[in-house]
Write a new protein. Structure first.
Lengths: 312, 193
């Protein structure tokens, strides 16, 4: 069963029917947001059932659109978030990627600015490495990017997409060794993106991220995960009562090969480890449970089939 | 930037130059400074790295006195100030409180201030300077240039006097001969520091 990431948008009226339907066909709700009388549901649904869902949604004036980034967590890395340099291009980028279903986290480096003085500390490095992908939003000068980027990428193991003021070709030329994706002409600017030309640039950023992530998805498909992250999320949601008392918008953030559970590690790592998925297989058998460097959250990394020899 | 007589960005990188031209344009517009700048020359060299902005301001409006925005009516010890333009009300009130004390300054409504003054205190009341726009302009101008400069340039030198200003910034110690460079940039605009 291939799960397809989609976004459902519709009215509040009878939205629970859609939720039930998605769950009945074996899909997973990643996030459900209610804004006034609107409902936005991000979900993973079986590819064959998309037509059925959109048919049921039709009389409810709801629509279902593919959103390739649902179920991913992306780090938007920017050298600084200084107040007198607002508005930052990164705000627009982070916001725009969210529209396609990704969960984005802005990471403003403490000392990422400047050319010679740019630094990346171990906490920042570890936090970036907890994501599925990092997009670096750099400045306008090629000289500076050439000089500082090797420092900013040191120790980063996740795929990187770089954007900056110079053209895409220039970025490709000056960045060595190459990174996974490049977007040119999105550097430092001091205004909000409104014109269609600028929106097209944001579109390009999303396309590049999608391309890099689908490559990563293919990699994962070669050695599939022992359990789907969305399923694991469902199980935790069902069995761990405390998760419903977490106030953050996504108490469990789904990643491509894991989960970020926003519960304190000390109290709950043991609980999660012992949680049974089915037939005596516990989460601890299939996933590494580690403390996250983000607050005191828990990070679950699902091991591939080749390591566990179990598939549930 | 049409109202600015001279505006140039100098930079060895053509792409970066265009971006910074636009950034400077937007920042000055956002900070409402376009109308006070006469000439502006920005020099950025990311190889050093260094950022230099030099410029001159237009002739500024003089200090604002009470008579410019309000009517003063004096009847023996009772003084009535009728406000015409509310923009300067807050600094005026502050000034009056400081000078005469809060108990002697009464503001029955938005546009009226009543004072209880002795005849000596009433002399020259209309000519009291409420605000000097050039004072805050210096701060605003330097702040705007800091916004324009590339992020992370923490070593700065700034100057403002007699309508001329400059800001030099870098992440390294500034070179000793920096003032000569600044003079050269002034010369490019046909001005002398």
């Amino acid at each position: 069963m291939i799960l397809e990431p989609v976004t459902y948008k519709g009215g509040l009226y009878r939205n629970d029917e859609i939720v039930d339907l998605i769950e009945d066909v074996g899909g997973y709700i990643i996030q459900k947001q209610m804004v006034a009388t609107e409902v936005v549901i991000q979900a993973l649904v079986p590819r064959d059932d998309i037509a059925l869902i959109s048919e049921v949604a039709k009389p409810l004036a709801g629509e279902i659109t593919p959103s390739p980034l649902v179920g991913t967590e992306i780090a938007v890395v920017t050298p600084s978030l200084e107040i007198h340099h607002l508005p930052h291009a990164s705000c627009d980028v982070a916001e725009y990627i969210r529209r396609f279903g990704a969960k984005t986290n802005m990471i403003g480096l403490a000392r990422g600015f400047g050319k010679r003085i740019a630094q990346l500390n171990d906490e920042e490095r570890d936090v970036i490495n907890e994501h599925d992908l990092a997009i670096y939003l750099l400045g306008d000068f090629e000289e500076c990017i050439r000089h500082k980027f090797p420092v900013l990428r040191r120790g980063i193991e996740v795929p990187i997409v770089v954007s900056g003021g110079p053209s895409k070709e220039t970025l490709q030329r000056i960045i060595d060794p190459p990174v996974d994706g490049y977007v040119g002409e999105v550097g430092r600017f001091m205004h909000r993106t409104k014109e269609s030309e600028e929106i097209n640039k944001l579109e390009e950023v999303v396309e590049e991220i999608t391309r890099v992530l689908s490559k990563k998805r293919e990699e994962i498909a070669k050695d599939p995960l022992s359990v789907s992250p969305a399923r694991l999320m469902d199980i935790i949601r069902e069995r761990v009562e405390e998760i419903h008392r977490v106030l953050s918008p996504t108490p469990i953030t789904v990643q491509m090969a894991g989960l970020r559970v926003k519960l304190p590690y000390d109290q709950f790592s043991g609980v999660l480890k012992e949680l049974e998925i089915e037939q005596g297989v516990t989460i601890g058998d299939l996933a590494d449970i580690r403390p996250s460097r983000m607050r005191d959250y828990i990070l679950l990394r699902i091991r591939p089939f080749s390591e566990t020899n179990i598939m549930v | 930037m049409d109202s600015v007589e001279y505006f140039e960005v100098e930079c060895p990188e053509a792409v970066g130059k265009e971006y910074y031209r636009k950034i400077a344009d937007i920042v000055l517009l956002d900070h409402n400074l376009i109308r006070v700048i006469k000439k502006l020359h920005i020099f950025i060299d990311p190889r050093v790295p260094i950022f230099i902005a030099v410029g001159i301001t237009k002739k500024l409006p003089g200090p604002v006195k009470i008579r410019d925005f309000a009517d003063v009516n004096i009847q023996e010890r009772k003084v009535t100030i009728t406000i015409g333009n509310e923009e300067y009300l807050a600094p005026l009130l502050n000034l009056l409180w400081q000078k005469f004390g809060k108990e002697r300054v009464d503001q029955p409504d938005r546009f009226t201030i009543l004072l209880d003054l002795s005849p000596e205190e009433e002399v020259g009341l209309e000519d009291l300077v409420v605000m000097d726009p050039s004072e805050s302009l210096y701060k605003d101008l330097i702040y705007a240039l800091q916004v324009i400069q590339p992020e992370g340039f923490k070593v700065r030198r700034q100057y403002y006097a007699g309508g001329k200003f400059y800001l030099v910034a870098s992440e390294d110690t500034l070179p000793e001969d920096i003032e000569d460079t600044v003079r050269q940039k002034f010369a490019l605009m046909g001005e002398k520091l």
